[in-house]
Ligand binder design. Structure first.
Ligand code: MRU
Length: 354
């Protein structure tokens, strides 16, 4: 099957126009492509919580749009009072998912804009916040394209690349991080094929990565999570690339549950393990990965599949949605500003400062 030669993808999870937004319901993919309408911040908060929209950068974009919806509906006439209410809107959006730092990054950017412009009228603040939300949305796709180009050289021609979860166009403003690197490698003329872990329990690999790569004509083969070691041992995987939800100052990486296991397998088989993430995913306030909050989700995601019960009633369940891969297992971290290797503490701080 021919690779996609265009350095773009038409897939986007969020459309923002005329004071409203639509989100592609990622819970229903690939069976149905349904766009849901949102025009208030409570609705957007629920979309993030229930994973209509998911993936760290896309959560940040959605939160910025939700914050603007909330700002628009505030009736206060004085800027100080407006800001007090705006902070409450942002607090509701911030309480949706704890691990992806892009959520907090986007809300902080919206609040910083408002705080810095408190000498303006409430109407001017509302207009400014709309522009800020629009900028966050558009910038995200552009920086993914830059990130992809930064990382494309890491992927050899002919590579069979394993990825976990979905760090693609669906998880960002467009184009993707880990899948953005793959798209950029393909666009540069390389033959690349992808092995997609299904990613239990929410099946982002089987449902989303498989769907979007197939749509863009990039060869993709789906496996269950527990097959990666077998394929590595047989020499059928050349490298691994994943996204991230939060990267601590020392380079420890929180990403979808199962990423840590893949990183250990990669180490055992001497395969490079790459992480692709925008600067907004780096949290320099946390010294290491032990401080990253890990979301625990509803046990039903494990005990049930599309409403069908798979496990005995009342069974004890753990459902951590993310794990932390220690930096010693990470070969390189690709950002839109460059590639970090080795001394992550120093290099990530430099990249974040640039
Ligand atoms: O629970 P999800 O689907 O939001 O988790 C998504 C991931 O773990 C992605 O790998 C990460 O957010 C990077 S997306 C570019």
């Amino acid at each position: 099957m021919p690779g996609c030669q265009s350095d773009s993808s038409a897939i986007r999870p969020i459309r923002f126009f005329n004071g409203t937004c639509q989100m592609l319901d990622q819970r229903l993919l690939p069976a149905e492509e349904v766009w849901l309408d949102y025009s208030d911040y409570q609705g957007v908060a629920e979309a993030i919580r229930s994973m209509v929209v998911r993936g760290a950068p896309a959560i940040g974009v959605a939160a910025a749009i939700g914050a603007w919806f909330g700002a628009r509906d505030i009736t206060a006439e004085a800027s100080e009072e407006f800001f007090a209410q705006f902070e409450k809107v942002c607090a509701v959006l911030a309480a949706t998912r704890p691990t992806a730092v892009n959520l907090f990054w986007a809300l902080d950017r919206m609040k910083s804009f408002a705080r810095a412009n408190l000498d303006r009228t409430v109407l001017e603040l509302k207009i400014g916040l709309e522009y800020e939300a629009l900028a966050i949305t558009q910038e995200d796709e552009q920086l993914c394209i830059k990130l992809g180009r930064q990382g494309a050289g890491l992927i050899p021609d002919g590579a069979r690349v394993l990825t976990h979860c979905n760090a693609g166009a669906l998880a960002t403003g467009g184009y993707g991080t880990a899948l953005g690197v793959i798209r950029a490698a393909v666009a540069s003329g390389k033959q690349v094929s992808v092995i997609a872990d299904e990613t239990r329990p929410f099946l982002q690999g089987a449902r989303l990565t498989a769907w979007e790569l197939q749509k863009d004509n990039i060869p993709v083969t789906l496996i269950c999570d527990n097959m990666a070691g077998y394929l590595m041992a047989k020499g059928e995987i050349d490298c691994v690339i994943v996204g991230a939800d939060r990267i601590a100052a020392n380079g420890d990486v929180a990403n979808k549950i199962g990423t840590y296991t893949v990183a250990i397998l990669a180490k055992e088989h001497n395969l490079p393990f790459y992480v692709a993430a925008p600067i907004s995913t780096i949290d320099l306030s946390l010294a290491d990965g032990t401080q990253i909050p890990i979301e625990e989700r509803d046990p039903r995601e494990i005990t049930h599949l599309k409403g069908i019960q798979l496990a005995p009633e009342g069974i004890a369940v753990r459902n951590p949605a993310f794990d932390v891969t220690p930096q010693r297992l990470v070969t390189a971290i690709v950002t839109e500003r460059g590639v970090a290797r080795g001394d992550y503490l120093k290099r990530l701080a430099e990249l974040a400062r640039d």
